[in-house]
Design a protein around this ligand. Sequence first.
Ligand code: NAD
Length: 229
Amino acid sequence: MSIVILTGAGISAESGLGTFRDKDGIWTKVDLRDVATPEGFARDPEYVLKFYAARREHGVKAEPNAAHFALARFEAECSDEVLLVTQNIDVLHEKAGSKNVLHMHGVTNQDLCNNCGHRQKTEKSLTVTCVCPQCQSIGTLRPDVVWFGEMPYHMGTIEQALEDCKTFVSIGTSGEVYPAAGFVANARVAGAHTIELNLEPSSGGNLFAEAHYGLATEVVPKWVEEMLA
Ligand code: NAD
């Protein structure tokens, strides 16, 4: 893979989906230990399912913005191979037309059965009385998102892509959540050119060779335009 692009909540902020760690972010309103850990789900599944029902509903209604569309165009027109790795649980990259997308933290529009591992795409909200269509267990379906303490998805493929890439771009992420926050270091070790596109310098901002700061809907289309020129 020649170019690896990592995206975070900041790319979807202008589509109306809240970020997590900004001053009005989701983690200022709810405690992540209650809604984004297996222990929180075991303690109060009803509360957790309500929280993700809202995320699912917002995700269904949200539309991609100019930054998502620019990345889809980049993938379609770039002569190099492009891999999009997203921490986002929304599917706005796919809605915009991106094809080569890995959701390392899962997606809101899919259920996962904690009992048998069955997965199903859906837009319906989950409740504690839902029955798994495969194993018939009651109350074992959860959103297919990766919670704190769980292993992110596709790590083998992502690590290989970082080892092989010539360019690594990080967009709209605070650089606070590992392993994604460490990708820039992996890419540097592999000799890749590293670029940050964000509202402001992230936690690891000084690790990038190049940086452009501003709204994703402005800096991302501009960067794509320059790369394709
Ligand atoms: P974060 O909330 O920690 O950081 C968001 C970053 O985006 C910040 O650095 C902020 O400065 C920047 N930002 C905010 N508005 C922006 C804009 N308009 N243009 C450009 N940059 C902007 O989010 P993160 O780093 O992605 O944190 C990782 C976790 O957040 C992941 O687990 C991810 O699953 C989750 N998350 C996903 C969504 C979603 O799917 N839309 C929403 C919130 C959080």
